[in-house]
Design a protein around this ligand. Structure first.
Ligand SMILES: Cc1ncc(C[n+]2csc(CCOP(=O)(O)OP(=O)(O)O)c2C)c(N)n1
Ligand code: SF4
Ligand SMILES: [Mg+2]
Length: 312
């Protein structure tokens, strides 16, 4: 585990790469996610952002938030564009050895709509090819940039402008889908654990091939809560077991210390602690609440079974 002291000893981590004064809303979870990912990756990083909030807040004239190269990309093409960039760096490194091209990291930061819906084909292709990229889904659980429409990643029971009585379907489990592609590294993060984000990106940077990191990034206008509650909500998502923190490295699953004990259901905080702080769940029915609880228990049973199977 990385300590605060170790992060402070890292000169690159002490600098800001995604600059303050950008156009994110107050309390934006996405901003925290990218800020900490970049503290681990540093300036030799090329960022690709498909259509999303980030695509907009990254450079609303006259401001430019990233202190590193970035490309705004069409909604469906985040992973394929990143593959092209990473291959170009490989070719450059071959032609001009010893130069910066060898050190470049290609990073995608895409929303949940851009990942779980429209970008999944390009992402699956990149994963199958094992393209040398780090693909991040920052998950605010809806299409926020265009006015809070539901995505495949919106949780059951949540109100959006297209699920006014609460979403019927469950959230799509993208980390599990990416793990099924047998890529070398899959991880989940929460913006309440910035050192964990830092550590996982440091690790991902040194792994050759396709890396997938899925970060829960609360959104005050989209989830309808006061902006100062962002970190607390992300923390509650972990404590209630809604958002398990783990990594899967070459097929081996490891839980983060904050999620380890939650394999035991009695150690999980009550789900209502998390839901009651967000108005998107204000009309959730008793039935939907039970369904959501059962689903969380089911997901944890799967984690438990995988850990047991690894012990054998
Ligand atoms: C092909 C295409 N369809 C629709 C849009 C409009 N659009 C831009 S951003 C966006 C929502 C993106 O949602 P998500 O990926 O979750 O990112 P967030 O806005 O939540 O950060 C949509 C629908 C587009 N740019 N291109
Ligand atoms: S709408 Fe949500 S995700 Fe988009 S910039 Fe605002 S807080 Fe961030
Ligand atoms: Mg979104």
């Amino acid at each position: 585990m990385v300590t605060i002291k170790q992060a402070l000893d890292d000169e690159i981590a002490c600098k800001e790469w995604f600059l303050p004064g950008n156009s994110c809303c107050a309390g934006c979870g996405l901003e925290i996610a990218l800020r900490w990912a970049m503290k681990a990756l540093g300036p030799n990083t090329a960022l690709v952002t498909p259509a999303s909030c980030l695509n907009v807040v990254i450079g609303l004239w006259p401001k430019t938030a990233p202190n590193f190269p970035f490309t705004n990309m069409a909604f469906a093409a985040g992973a394929s564009a990143a593959t092209g960039i990473s291959e170009a760096y490989k070719a450059k490194a071959y032609r001009f050895p010893g130069k910066v091209w060898e050190k470049m990291t290609t990073l995608v930061f895409a929303g949940d709509g851009g990942t779980t819906d429209i970008g999944i084909q390009a992402l699956s292709g990149a994963a199958e090819r094992n393209s040398n990229i780090i693909y991040t889904c920052y998950d605010n659980e809806a299409y926020m940039n265009t006015g809070i429409q539901r995505s495949s990643s919106t949780p059951h029971g949540a109100k959006t402008t297209t699920t006014v009585f609460g979403k019927e379907r469950f959230k799509k489990n993208l980390p599990a889908i990416l793990a099924a592609h047998e890529i070398p590294y899959v991880a989940t993060c929460s913006i309440s654990e910035p050192l964990d984000i830092y550590e996982k990106y440091k690790k991902a940077k040194d792994i050759e091939g396709c890396k997938y990191i899925h970060i829960l990034a609360p959104c005050p206008p989209g989830w309808n809560y006061p902006s100062e509650d962002t970190v607390e909500l992300a923390r509650l998502a972990v404590k209630t077991g809604v958002w398990p923190l783990y990594e899967i490295e070459n097929g081996i699953l490891t839980l983060h210390k904050k999620s380890k004990s939650l394999v035991d259901p009695s150690k999980r905080a009550p789900l209502v602690d998390y839901l009651s702080r967000q108005k998107r769940f204000s009309n959730i029915s008793e039935q939907a609440l039970i369904k959501l609880q059962e689903r969380i228990a089911h997901d944890w049973d799967n984690i438990k079974a995988k850990l047991r199977a690894q012990e054998k």
